[in-house]
Design a binder for this molecule. Structure first.
Ligand SMILES: Cc1ncc(COP(=O)(O)O)c(C=O)c1O
Length: 395
């Protein structure tokens, strides 16, 4: 391997949400314990250095010595367009791309732009919980289309219930999360086509959050919704380098909106949004120069996920976990231990001193007994975390 993903970088003191804000995390209920020995494997950023071309681009930008107002230059758009053409065989045009400082920001903007207070937004739980926070925080209502879980731990969309939910006139927007966080599922082309058809039929707009779409297993395939759908006039697609290249702090999301009227409405609600010079240069470097790094990273993540699954099957066989098709997230079902959720939490967060994210955050009704872990840390750290957790579940 050309890159050393095993390197452990001390992130304490860098303002990292995961590593530096113990007291705040405790106050927010993320954990009951945080000290020098804590291994935080929760929020989805990687404890892995970004590719060298991005670091070089940051140095070049810093050396410019003036950080004034910047706009994305033509090279920015070509980098984005070429990436999606090359990697996903998806053609997008420059005028369809709207820069937005972050994906949650883009989702919140769409909620405000296309729905009124009191109206419903469809999500598929268990799902990335900031969607709920943005829906409810903006005075809208969650319309849950619960994902179906089979005995092997495999999630699929409930299309029948989806149509029933979509046809209610108060439900105006659907937030698709594909690859799906936390289950790691990639929706099949057939399901995507059907979800899109139902939404088009009932005038429901779709925000497709596809920011994990470049982080998939070697044997997986990811196809953007807008490529599969029969029409794209009702689709806004969020793409980003943030997860793929570990640059979440640079807040670089591109929303692809092919319909000009939707785009205008979205832009009006978004207001002024310009990428910082660091942000736009990171996007250009990431999409133009970091493909080999990403291919190696994917092999590394596959190896880590395989290690964890094998470890669980040997050391904690009562935990059910389905191999994620995309993302670096693992969704683990601890219900086989027949323990109260608080006891599971105490053993992991306090006794093992590892911070994960509890299932009820993603699914208040059926998430109890589940835990989400992010596996994008150096493998030695992941191994230590799982060894510590297993030591608490010896029965
Ligand atoms: C599905 C999904 N959407 C959005 C985000 C956040 O993206 P951003 O940092 O661009 O707001 C995350 C981060 O974990 C995520 O998993």
């Amino acid at each position: 391997m050309k890159y050393n993903f095993d390197e452990i970088i001390d992130r304490r003191g860098s303002g990292s949400v995961k590593w530096d804000f113990g007291e705040k995390l405790k106050a927010m209920g993320f954990t009951e314990r945080f000290d020098d020995d804590t291994l935080p494997l929760f929020t989805a950023d990687m404890d892995i250095a970004v590719p060298p071309p991005i670091v070089n681009a940051m140095h070049r930008t810093a050396d410019q010595r003036i950080y004034g107002y910047t706009m994305a230059p033509p090279a920015y758009y070509s980098a984005v367009i070429d990436w999606f053409e090359r990697r996903h065989n998806w053609s997008i045009r420059q005028e369809e791309i709207v820069f937005c400082p972050g994906t949650v920001h883009a989702v919140a903007t769409a909620i405000r732009a296309f729905t009124e207070p009191g109206e419903g937004v469809i999500i598929q739980r268990p799902v990335y919980y900031p969607f709920t926070a943005e829906i409810e925080g903006n005075g809208r209502v969650v319309a849950n289309n619960q994902m179906i879980l089979n005995d092997e731990g495999y999630y699929s969309p409930d299309l029948e219930d989806f149509e029933k939910t979509a046809q209610k006139p108060e439900n105006r927007l659907f937030i698709l999360c594909n690859p799906h966080n936390p289950s790691g599922r990639i929706f099949s082309n057939t399901n995507l086509k059907e979800l899109s058809r139902i939404c088009a039929k009932h005038n429901v707009l779709i925000v497709a959050d596809e920011i994990h779409g470049d982080l998939i297993r070697k044997d997986s395939e990811f196809v953007p919704l807008a490529k599969v759908a029969d029409s794209t006039g009702h689709i806004l697609t969020c793409t980003a380098i943030n997860k793929t290249f570990n640059t979440a702090g640079l807040a670089a999301t591109n929303v692809v909106i092919s319909d000009p009227v939707l785009r205008k409405t979205f832009l009006r609600t978004l207001g002024n949004a310009m990428p910082s010079p660091f942000t736009y240069n990171a996007v250009i470097a990431a999409y133009n120069e970091c493909e080999d790094w990403l291919e190696e990273l994917k092999i590394y993540l596959d190896g880590t996920i395989d290690w964890v699954l094998e470890f669980l099957s040997k050391e904690m066989p009562k935990v059910k976990a389905f191999r994620p098709e995309g993302t670096y997230i693992l969704w683990m079902d601890f219900r086989g231990y027949n323990l109260a959720a608080e006891e599971i939490r105490k053993r992991i967060y306090v006794d093992a001193n590892v911070i994960l994210e509890s299932g009820t955050m993603f699914d208040p009704d059926s998430g109890s007994g589940f835990e989400r872990v992010c596996l994008a840390s150096p493998r030695p750290m992941i191994k230590e975390a799982f060894e510590r957790i297993a030591a608490q579940f010896t029965e």
